[in-house]
Design a protein around this ligand. Structure first.
Ligand SMILES: [Zn+2]
Length: 279
């Protein structure tokens, strides 16, 4: 059984130039085909976290509360501790950050992190490269300036881990492409977890991961047990189910090649997610 810590359910129309335009709406609603969702369930996916803007994440979670876990995405440069508190009152299980204008580790963001900690939620950080076409000025989730992906390096979470040792943190995409840096961060901070969601980590050869998680000639279980199952897929549309299946194959291959013990596989597949999202 898997709990997917990272999926999306947002949709926007494209204009004549092929650019996504507001509003962002849920890609699925009650009454739409259940087939792709049922296919995911057949593959063993029991629940999925939705990392989308609040209006999308909450709408979907309301329609299928047993399957969707709302983890609303906010603009870290515009949000406030009050907004964070309100999102938790509405049922958020965590808060997702992406494309900040400053380093995630900057002091200006600390009141936001403190509000998440006070609500016993999880701070989910997109780390590493971010796709073009969503966050550039004028785009559907446009920021005030062009994003600098080094603001989202795994190392930027180190300062947050030091300042907030009790804040649950999930590093999405394993820091793509700063894999070694991501490994060091989850190895060293007891409260920082990571996933392989997205297209890049799963495309690397397994020997990359075998080497990364081998330390002094042995399997480094201290870091492996901090991994979570995550896809970055959209479990409601049939175009996405193949990608989700490939991600399951990747994780199962990872277990096989690295000889990951069964009890650690269970942590990765579902138990870490249950802890992070209080399920
Ligand atoms: Zn994502």
């Amino acid at each position: 059984m898997y709990i997917d810590v990272h999926t999306h359910g947002m949709h926007a129309e494209r204009n004549k130039e092929g650019k996504l335009v507001p509003p962002l709406v849920p890609i699925w609603k009650k009454g739409d085909s259940m087939t792709p969702i049922e296919q995911c369930q057949k593959m063993g996916i029991a629940k999925v976290a939705l990392l989308d803007p609040p209006e999308v994440a909450f709408a979907l979670a309301k329609d299928l509360p047993d399957f969707f876990i709302p983890v609303p995405q906010v603009d870290i440069d515009k949000t406030s501790p009050e907004e964070i508190n309100n999102l938790f009152k509405r049922g958020a299980k965590g808060i997702k950050f992406i494309s900040p204008m400053y380093s995630y580790g900057d002091n200006r963001y600390f009141p936001i992190y403190d509000a998440i900690r006070a609500n016993d939620g999880t701070a989910v950080f997109h780390t590493g490269y971010v796709a073009i076409g969503l966050f550039e000025p004028g785009c559907v989730l446009g920021r005030t300036d062009y994003v600098d992906i080094t603001n989202m390096r795994p190392a930027t979470l180190d300062r947050i881990g030091r300042a907030f040792p009790d804040l649950k943190i999930l590093m999405s995409h394993f820091g793509n492409p700063w894999w070694e840096e991501a490994w060091k961060i989850i190895s060293s901070h007891k409260n920082i977890y990571a996933d392989f969601s997205g297209g890049t980590a799963k495309g690397k050869e397994m020997k990359v991961w075998k080497s990364l998680f081998t330390f002094e000639g042995k399997l480094h279980t201290q870091s492996i047990k901090k991994i979570c199952f995550g896809t970055d897929g959209a479990p409601f549309i049939k175009e996405s189910t193949d990608g989700i299946k490939k991600m399951i194959i990747f994780y199962e291959n990872f277990y096989k090649i690295l000889k990951v013990p069964k009890e650690i596989q269970k942590l990765i597949n579902s138990e870490n997610a249950k802890m992070l999202y209080k399920l």
